[in-house]
Design a binder for this molecule. Structure first.
Ligand code: ACM
Length: 498
């Protein structure tokens, strides 16, 4: 039935033709599932009306007003109609543009919001080319991660990053809230976590104001994300990466700790044999879960190099049991898959390389064997804090050296671990760690344009993917980034437009 409607819609477009690369200014990233271009275009004018689903209509009106300067009144119905109806598939939308009208249809507001991002990329100089698009995501989970522990980012900075990723149809923001260098979320039952525990960041303080989120701050981030149809995934990393917590509460560790401003990993561990540790886990996860409308809580589990194997397994069993009583699905970095006693359905996040390092594939498969799915974040292609090349002023190189833009594009999440294909994958995530990244400019110039590559891998149908095909579309997308004021690295592999 949907297919038939789509064919009808295409039939209404005179002289339809398949997408040509020459229509560079109106290409869309992530590439839609199906697009057929028509003749003519819809011209926006001061009295063009926008109607339908009110929240998304207001967002669209705001964005188009900025782009065109037109008033674009919002009402119950409009020349641009955002209709709740049916979608071609879960999370998707259909978009039909003719010279007379624009109609976007999806089965919920999130689907309309995704379609609006497509529409905004199609708009150029106040016109939208005639087109029929049917589109839906390959993966349900399309994530970006921000490390606010190594360097702290304010509510306003996080909200800006939320806006940045929303244009690429990301629907999850994973916040890495705790690490050796700082604990960034107020926990009422353990107030010292954001006292001593939040007193430093990499390189020291260097920041006016508290280096953590109050609960109201955090609620504001969650609400802002929700207004962009993005769900926040909080991460409390345990049992390693806990120096800040132990500096605040020495009883949480086997040895005292002091606030840490460096970038080493693997030197801290919670005290595995102490009941205080499990009271801490219970309190923290309960309070974080209460702040979390989304389905997931991330408990870390990576790089616990100062925890013995026996202790690690004992800790993961108890901590995940405690956490699962809060009604959330747990996510862990792939090392958590060393445990065969995870709560059923626990999600594994893979951060080894596109060629798995020893043990990583088995540990990731362990989540699937225990009824869970996998989020792919291969560090050598998906970590946005790797240098672009040896001369990049920011970034690190531990993940198999720099990650040039083409490498960030030409990989497939279903081709990394035998036995983990689309069915076993929840999705894809692009993390950005902030050892070297301290400002919004730093963040945007490391994330963009590589995050556009990850977005397409997460949303668009599986390859074959060629950077040569992607590059001209990215050049056009660069104009969008300029218009949005997003600072991006003009990677030399792309002929950027002036
Ligand atoms: C990680 O990069 N340690 C998840």
């Amino acid at each position: 039935m949907r297919r038939f409607v789509f064919v009808l819609a295409i039939g209404l477009l005179a002289g339809c033709a398949p997408l040509q690369n020459g229509t560079a200014m109106t290409t869309v990233i992530p590439a839609p599932v199906a697009r057929v271009d028509g003749d003519g275009s819809f011209a926006l004018a001061a009295d063009t009306t926008i109607g339908g689903e009110p929240a998304v209509a207001r967002y669209l009106a705001g964005a188009l007003r900025t782009a065109t300067g037109f008033a674009l009144p919002v009402g119950d119905h409009g020349d641009i109609e955002l209709a709740i109806g049916s979608a071609p598939a879960v999370g998707g939308y259909s978009l039909t543009v003719t010279p007379d009208a624009i109609r976007l249809e999806a089965d919920d507001a999130a689907g309309l919001f995704a379609g609006v991002q497509t529409l905004l990329q199609l708009e150029h100089d106040g016109t939208v080319p005639s087109v029929a698009i049917e589109d839906y995501p390959r993966f349900e989970y399309r994530g970006a991660m921000l490390d606010v522990a190594r360097h702290f980012f304010t509510v306003e900075q996080v909200e800006r990053y939320i806006d940045d990723i929303a244009i690429l149809k990301f629907n999850y923001l994973h916040l890495h809230l705790t690490d050796d260098q700082g604990w960034r979320l107020a926990i009422d039952s353990w107030p010292g976590l954001t006292g001593v525990g939040a007193s430093t960041q990499v390189g020291g303080g260097g920041f006016a104001g508290p280096l953590y989120y109050s609960k109201d701050d955090y609620r504001a981030i969650v609400a802002y994300a929700a207004s962009r149809y993005i769900t926040v995934v909080p991460e409390i990393d345990m049992p390693g990466h806990t120096n800040a917590a132990i500096a605040a509460y020495p009883e949480l560790g086997d040895a005292p700790a002091t606030p840490y401003e460096g970038i080493d990993v693997g030197f801290s561990s919670l005290a595995i044999g102490s009941e205080t540790t499990y009271r801490f886990v219970d309190d923290v996860v309960r309070e974080v879960a209460a702040l979390t409308p989304g389905p997931y809580i991330h408990l870390g589990g990576d790089e616990s190099h100062s925890t013995t194997d026996t202790d690690f397994l004992a800790f993961i069993k108890r901590a995940t049991e405690i956490a699962s009583h809060n009604g959330k699905t747990i996510i862990g970095w792939h090392e958590m898959g060393r445990s065969t006693q995870l709560p059923p359905g626990t999600i594994g996040q893979y951060w080894s390389f596109t060629t798995p390092q020893e043990g990583a594939a088995e540990q990731t498969l362990s989540f699937v064997e225990q009824g869970g799915k996998v989020i792919m974040s291969p560090a050598d292609v998906a970590y946005l804090d790797m240098k672009y090349d040896a001369n990049s002023p920011l970034g690190l190189v531990w993940a198999n050296g720099p990650t040039p833009l083409p490498e960030a594009y030409e990989w497939d999440p279903a081709a990394i671990i035998p036995g983990i294909g689309d069915i076993q994958l929840l999705g894809v995530e692009a993390p950005i760690w902030t050892e070297t990244i301290a400002t919004t400019d730093d963040l945007e110039s490391m994330a963009f344009p590589r995050i556009a590559a990850t977005a397409e891998i997460a949303w668009s149908p599986a390859g074959p993917r060629s950077f040569a095909e992607f590059a001209p579309r990215l050049a056009a997308f660069g104009k969008r980034l300029d218009a949005a004021g997003i600072r991006f690295y003009r990677a030399p592999e792309v002929t950027w437009l002036d």
